[in-house]
Design a protein around this ligand. Structure first.
Ligand code: IPE
Ligand code: IPE
Ligand code: MG
Length: 255
């Protein structure tokens, strides 16, 4: 005999039966390493940047799916501290992506009550990128729906290092005592201060590595990998990840 579980009704529409998602145990925070844009383009004989352009649509698809499921936070790894090593053409293109994305989707983000945030070294970004991102952060700051967090010029090591530096400054200024430093205090110096840790980390494109993403914050995240290249990512693949997450047994070191 099968046990009937309560299922979640989508805000916009009911999910078809086979894609039903248990209402309980929806991850609070989902993070995605959006990978495979270049290979998606190469496969089609297109320049790498065509994959980045196509990936913008996938971003909005996942935002819609996360919103429907009432997920609290969605972090998207958009540019790593190592991605500066790419060609100038590609880096310049990637730096124009936020403007493209917000130009097209900011009205929908507002409608969906989404709040935009970023983590990473914001200062190092070109002015036009900062302006586009800042505008979205400002416009959405009073929204209290899904938190859409872009990891932009983000590196897990950078995050830990800048936190250690800021903390050392505060200790030097006698604003913090070494004895009071614990994991929660340290966590408050990270870029992700105030955000929950990712419950589920998805990586597309078949790569099975963390590539310097949230090294501290992913200590107990569940990892889910798919061969799908980022531009092909959609609600269906996202639901597969959520369903896989719901089958996991998280123990956090306990039994
Ligand atoms: C992800 O796709 C986008 C960024 C890292 C900015 P890639 O550009 O890494 O695509 P692949 O991995 O080379 O296919
Ligand atoms: C990770 O992807 C960074 C982002 C998705 C923004 P990369 O494509 O840069 O990672 P590696 O080089 O394959 O490890
Ligand atoms: Mg890649």
């Amino acid at each position: 005999m099968s046990i009937k579980l309560p299922f979640l009704k989508f805000k916009d529409k009911q999910i078809p039966d086979k894609k039903r998602i248990e209402q309980q145990n929806i991850p609070e925070h989902v993070a995605i390493i959006m990978d495979g844009n270049g290979r998606w383009a190469n496969k089609r004989g297109l320049p790498r940047v065509a994959g980045h352009k196509e990936g913008v649509g996938a971003v909005q698809k996942v935002v819609r799916a996360a919103d429907k499921l009432h997920i609290s936070a969605l972090t998207l790894f958009a540019f790593s501290t190592e991605n500066w090593q790419r060609s100038k053409t590609e880096v310049d293109f990637l730096m124009r992506m936020p403007k493209q994305f917000f130009h097209k989707y900011l009205p929908e983000l507002m409608e969906r009550n989404v709040r935009v945030e970023t983590v990473g070294n914001f200062e190092q970004l070109p002015d036009h990128t900062k302006k586009a991102v800042w505008n979205a952060v400002e416009k959405t700051k009073d929204n209290d729906g899904l938190l859409l967090n872009f990891a932009l010029n983000y590196g897990g090591r950078l995050d830990i290092m800048q936190a250690a530096k800021k903390m050392a400054e505060d200790i030097k200024k006698d604003e913090l005592s070494i004895a009071d430093v614990d994991e929660s205090v340290f966590g408050s110096y990270l870029y992700t201060n105030g955000m929950s840790e990712p419950d589920l980390l998805i990586r597309t494109s078949g790569e099975k590595r963390i590539s310097n993403f949230m090294l501290w914050q992913c200590a107990y995240s569940e990892f889910w990998f798919t061969e799908v290249f980022w531009p092909d990512f959609d609600e269906e693949v996202f639901m597969q990840a959520i369903q896989a997450y719901q089958q996991r047994k998280r123990r956090f070191g306990s039994v």
